[in-house]
Design a protein around this ligand. Structure first.
Ligand code: FA5
Length: 335
């Protein structure tokens, strides 16, 4: 065999002897590299295979593989024994206390608004709604005109708006997504969507108002949808969100894009406690249905808009909305 078999034998013997004599893990690594590595001695030896008789190549290749296996196994065993020795010497060290707890890592977590948003999404998904969204930089048309708020109408003043030089607006509410959802579905009911997102108003922040806050819009359209459905869906939603049976009260309120429109108040069922004002809602105005390509003579439905920051404040007992966007770790680490 051209002397190759003998060289393999002596290489293997030497390697095993060196492994046996090694005094530390770094020596083993060196042996591994020089013998088993891609450019190591075994690889070099393998190159000689081309000079062998065809009938000798198979047996030689097999012998090389066997040697490789034996060397790798010896390396593994020796590494384990070094590791075991290292561990036991560390454990014997009187300064080492294996019962000491590992230092705590600061693990990131979700913002309270994200948590509440996910809960809201989960509840509506289970009621057969889809989750959708729309752009934060909106056209005047979608934020106002198509929602039945023409430019001359005083209702524009209800929401103090950030205008961009391009004539776009930072959306003042998520209601624009009602239209986008109707149009995206070709005006074809049934349509059941919610649309969470950020909204912006040119307001001076105080404990309950921010210039940047979060809403969840909801829209349900079909034949024969009535105020009873609105009340039923929202009562179910709020009871699930707050984890206890709730009762709701609708107070007439003007929003240009619904008719009739309401403010919805909530309290624990049978509690006789104070009503909490939570959201705007109502039956989608026929003008808005038509703008969304929906047959307003046949189809009706309700829409609502909840302030997510306020829900999160109630949920977690937060006394000032300005904490939400503060990015302050003293606040954030509490959730
Ligand atoms: C609206 O924005 C309507 N688009 C809601 C609506 C949708 C009505 C569909 C009918 C049908 P409003 O301006 O009231 O309505 O805002 C809705 C909710 O957003 C409020 O109930 C409140 O929870 C929250 N909100 C309003 N302004 C602020 C603010 N500056 N900071 C924090 N939350 C606010």
């Amino acid at each position: 065999m051209n002397g190759l078999a003998e060289r393999l034998q002596s290489l293997s013997d030497e390697a095993l002897a060196k492994i046996g004599a090694a005094t530390g893990a770094s020596e083993l690594e060196e042996i591994e590299k020089t013998i088993l590595g891609r450019k190591g001695e075994l690889a070099l030896l393998m190159r000689g295979i081309g000079g062998l008789e065809p009938s000798e190549r198979g047996p030689f290749g097999k012998a090389v593989n066997e040697a490789k296996g034996a060397i790798a196994a010896a390396l593994g065993e020796r590494k384990d024994s070094f590791e075991a020795a290292r561990m036991s010497s560390e454990l014997d060290d009187p300064h080492f206390d294996p019962t000491e707890p590992t230092p705590e890592h600061a693990v990131g977590h979700l913002h309270p608004i994200t948590k509440v948003r996910r809960e809201v999404e989960e509840i509506f998904l289970r009621m057969g709604f889809d989750v959708t969204d729309g752009p934060e930089v909106e056209t005047e048309e979608f934020n106002f005109d198509l929602l039945n708020i023409p430019s001359h109408h005083p209702a524009r003043d209800l929401q103090d708006t950030f205008w961009l030089d391009s004539g776009h607006v930072l959306r003042t509410h998520t209601s624009c997504v009602q239209l986008r959802a109707m149009i995206a579905r070709g005006g074809k009911p049934p349509i059941r969507v919610i649309a969470p997102g950020r909204v912006f108003r040119n307001e001076q922040p105080d404990a309950t108002h921010e210039h940047t806050f979060h809403q969840v819009e909801g829209l349900m359209l079909d034949e024969g949808v009535s105020v009873a459905d609105l009340k039923g869906v929202l009562t179910t939603f709020l009871s699930r969100l707050f984890g206890q049976a709730c009762e709701v009260r609708l107070r007439p309120h003007y929003f240009p894009f619904v008719e009739p429109g309401f403010e919805l108040d909530v309290r624990r069922a049978g509690s006789k406690g104070e009503w909490l004002e939570l959201m705007g809602c109502g039956m989608v105005h026929p003008n808005v249905l038509r703008a969304g390509g929906v047959d307003a003579d046949r189809i009706s439905g309700f829409a609502f808009g909840i302030g997510l920051d306020r829900v999160a404040m109630m949920r977690y007992g937060i006394d000032d909305i300005r904490w939400m966007m503060s990015g302050d770790p003293r606040f954030l680490s509490q959730f």
